[in-house]
Design a protein around this ligand. Structure first.
Ligand code: MTE
Ligand code: MO
Length: 418
């Protein structure tokens, strides 16, 4: 008889083996009593035809998913200057459905007629020009998956823990497939001058939101975007046109984009002098913090949720870095004493959310769950103490420390500082 090499264990067998090691037996849900398959009854919806096609020409989630919503943290004196947050605790994978992408507006959502919308590119350019939407859509385009994070995200963690859920602590965060024209193509089109070092980007909203963008970003990967997750932009996310700067703080991704002016120096707009600067401990302010540092958070289980009981639970969450790819994510269930390497779901894309997972067997004891990302530059997400040591406690923006969720013996989870 010929010797045959032992077969490679299939991915499924490998998974089951890992699960068995965790569960110590055949069933992961050891508490749940299995019923005999014969008891499965035929429900009413199996006894008749269902809704016809085109029941909803534009499809909507099941009515049973009504609790999966964007939410806002309290009112502001001016309703147009507010934000809503993505329900990260209810989402799977890495793509944020368009209807759940967080919103941040400084003067509400302008309702723009795309046929009347124009983009002007002028300043230090040989051929300054006004583009219509139809003209812009004729240029070569690309589609890329990237996260977008408001630099105010997780700002509540600078003070005492108060977030009722990960939606309220980390929900100014989304990840979509964005389609648009590389800004470099448009700079070539208008003949950007050699002296041009900065670009003023201005929105068509009532706030005329304006920021200075270093021109290197335009040559690297900036996009002038008209579509999101396969369809034209949603009004709240910048319809019909927005600037997209992969990895840069949310504020610079100017929505309802109407003007790009090429200049030799930054334009010192309100949003980069008074706002979106980081006050340090010594009273100095850090300006132009463009790139979002690496960050991660466990989305399930997380604050406001309750473990159904002791036994197997998958810990899962999101990691990202404005500087590149996620290299690894570690998870701790004891407040940072010991760390285990989590699995990363493919694809792990640069400047995109990355989904991580780790199987966990909860014994019913108090626990503190944490995640810690390392990006491909070698940067490691800091503890809260390490972040405060460098940044002090005067900051509002750019909080990226390790997040802690405490598990109580009854299985309920809450936001703590460990
Ligand atoms: N024109 C304009 N662009 C804007 C804003 C705005 O108010 N007006 N808000 C900025 C801020 S602070 C953020 S975090 C992002 C939010 O993008 P989103 O609403 O699509 O999530 O848009 C940025 N671009
Ligand atoms: Mo923002």
């Amino acid at each position: 008889m010929k010797d045959t090499p032992p077969a490679e264990p299939s991915a499924r067998r490998r998974f089951l083996r890992g699960a068995a090691a965790l569960g110590g037996g055949a069933s992961l849900l050891s508490g749940a009593r299995a019923q005999s398959p014969e008891v499965l009854s035929v429900p009413p919806w199996s006894r008749q035809p269902g809704e016809p096609v085109l029941w909803q020409p534009y499809g909507l989630p099941s009515v049973h998913e009504k609790s999966v919503q964007r939410r806002s943290r309290g009112g502001t004196p001016f309703g147009g200057a507010a934000s809503s947050m993505t329900p990260l605790q209810d989402l799977f994978g890495i793509i944020t459905p368009s209807g759940l992408v967080f919103e941040r507006h400084h003067a509400g959502i302008p309702q723009i007629d795309p046929d009347q919308h124009r983009l002007v590119i002028h300043g230090l350019a040989a051929r300054p020009r006004i583009f219509s939407m139809d003209e812009l859509l004729r240029f070569p385009s690309v589609s890329r998956i990237h996260f977008l994070e408001c630099s105010g995200n997780t700002g509540s963690e600078w003070s005492a823990p108060s977030a009722a859920s990960v939606q309220f602590s980390h929900g100014l965060l989304s990840c979509c497939e964005w389609t648009g024209v590389p800004l470099s193509v448009l700079l070539d089109e208008v003949g950007a001058a050699d002296q041009a070092r900065w670009i003023l980007a201005e929105g068509a909203d009532g706030a005329a939101m304006s920021r200075s963008i270093p021109i290197e970003k335009a040559w690297e990967d900036a996009l002038v975007v008209y579509a999101q997750n396969g369809e034209r932009l949603r009004p709240e996310n910048g319809y019909p046109l927005r600037l997209f700067l992969p990895g840069f703080e949310g504020n610079m991704n100017i929505k309802w984009l109407r003007r790009l002016k090429l200049g030799a120096a930054p334009f010192m707009t309100r949003e980069e002098t008074s706002k979106y600067t980081d006050s340090l401990a010594d009273g100095q302010a850090r300006q132009f913090t463009f790139l979002m540092d690496a960050k991660s958070v466990i989305t399930r289980p997380s604050a406001g949720q309750r473990l159904a009981g002791p036994g197997f639970h998958e810990i899962t969450g999101l990691a990202w870095s404005g500087r590149g790819r996620v290299r690894s994510v570690e998870v701790s269930v004891d407040g940072g004493l010991q760390w285990q390497l989590a699995q990363l779901d493919a694809p792990v894309l640069p400047r995109a959310l990355t989904r991580f997972r780790l199987g966990w067997r909860w014994q019913g004891q108090p626990a503190v769950l944490q995640s810690r990302v390392t990006d491909d530059t070698g940067y490691v997400q800091p503890t809260r103490a390490q972040l405060i040591e460098v940044r002090g406690l005067n900051s509002v923006y750019h909080y990226n420390a390790i997040q802690s969720w405490a598990v109580a013996p009854d299985g309920s989870l809450s936001n703590v500082h460990a």
